[in-house]
Design a binder for this molecule. Structure first.
Ligand code: GLA
Length: 387
């Protein structure tokens, strides 16, 4: 659905409103830097040209009324007492952002009516929830004439997800959904929140970013995700034997790196992934800047192998897809993307190889798993904004 059609739905749903504002917020695919954000490390995601649209208008009271086209469901709540909704889980992303907006930005929003619709595949690990949180935050800012910047809204959205929705995610997804830029990837230092837009020279090199959804919903992901966070903390504590002031795996020095092998097996594996992944992000940024796609692809491959063997967040279906894409000798690189345990792979391939991937990889995957994969060719898109 385009903005004009959604504005029409808004007019039909809330006929008493005679003005409205439209906001769009993208999903994301992470090119490299997985499970590093909550370790104060580096990531390199790009915003994708799949997004959520929100159309809204202010009200004179403190009510929020919302209609989701995708779910064909409505919800309403009062800004003065926001509780979690058990029967409208999608509404909790909006509720969480509304609840935390005043604390994070020192501005108190008014009530609003809104309708929303999106085409970011849900439950596929492409951050449809971060897009909804960021879309809500930007809509509130625009409707009320506030001036919160992108970093502030990213922090607010992450807090909403952590504290209100109850998922202990890092900041990557919300950050890229608001700060992405067309034809660029975003290099983010998740400790300082400094960032740099890195030109993604894919089009010029006749290469494409191909994302394939395994069709495996991220089942136990939340408990496994939290377990990984905990294991990273345990690795930090163990490494303090040699470097007492260590607070995160981000700060493992070359000397300390040698000690990783002396840790208990699980701590050693988790630490090895995070430390090596941070190094790969830094090298990948250099490779991208130099237009060296071959080298960039090798880092993508190494990232997957590390996530599979050391961080242990891949699964049979992700490994199979990665292997099938890599079977094409012209593939630059392929890896799982996002939290893991299902969701999508991201691959960099020459554009002319897309037909091979579409026919050979998808049919072979379906034959071996009985699952119907979905394939997307994404362009790097702009972050959330008023349209
Ligand atoms: C999920 C989280 C992110 C990040 C990735 C793994 O997408 O929301 O914060 O931790 O997993 O890199």
């Amino acid at each position: 659905m385009d903005a004009a059609s959604l504005q029409k739905v808004f007019g039909e749903t809330f006929p008493e409103q005679d003005q409205c504002i439209t906001v769009s917020a993208p999903g994301r695919v992470n090119l490299i830097g997985e499970h590093t954000d909550y370790n104060d490390g580096f990531v390199l995601p790009m915003a994708i040209d799949a997004k959520i649209l929100l159309v809204g208008a202010l009200r004179r009271d403190t009510q929020v009324r919302v209609y989701s086209v995708d779910f064909d469901e409505s919800d309403s709540f009062d800004l003065q007492c926001i509780a979690s909704s058990a029967d409208r889980p999608w509404s909790n992303y909006i509720r969480g952002v509304c609840k935390l907006y005043p604390t994070e930005t020192q501005s108190i929003p008014g009530g609003m009516d809104l309708v929303m619709q999106g085409n970011v595949p849900q439950g596929a690990g492409l951050s449809s929830s971060a897009a909804l949180e960021i879309g809500t935050a930007v809509l509130i800012r625009e409707l009320n004439g506030f001036s919160a910047d992108g970093v502030t809204l990213a922090k607010l959205a992450q807090r909403a997800e952590n504290e209100f929705v109850g998922v202990q995610c890092g900041i990557m997804d919300q950050f890229i959904s608001i700060l992405g830029e067309k034809d660029h990837a975003l290099f983010v230092d998740c400790r300082s929140l400094d960032y740099e837009r890195v030109p993604a020279p894919f089009k010029a090199a006749d290469a494409s970013i191909v994302v394939i959804d395994t069709g495996v919903k991220r089942g136990l992901v939340d408990s496994k995700y939290n377990e990984r966070r905990q294991q990273c903390q345990e690795a930090v504590e163990a490494l303090r034997t040699w470097q007492p002031e260590l607070t995160s795996l981000r700060d493992v020095t070359p000397d300390l790196k040698a000690r990783i092998e002396q840790l208990p097996a699980v701590s050693a594996k988790r630490a090895r992934h995070v430390v090596s992944e941070n190094e790969r992000v830094l090298k990948s940024v250099r490779a991208l800047k130099q237009g060296e796609l071959q080298r960039f692809g090798q880092y993508m491959n190494a990232s997957h192998d590390s996530l599979r063997d050391d961080y242990e967040v891949s699964c049979r279906e992700l490994d199979l897809l990665v292997d099938l894409v890599r079977d094409n000798p012209e593939t630059y690189g392929s890896r799982m993307t996002g939290a893991g345990f299902g969701g999508c792979t991201v691959s960099l391939v020459p554009t002319k190889e897309i037909p091979d991937i579409r026919s050979r990889v998808l049919s072979q995957y379906e034959k071996e798993t009985g699952l119907a994969p979905r394939m997307f060719v994404f362009q790097a898109a702009a972050g959330a904004r008023r349209v």
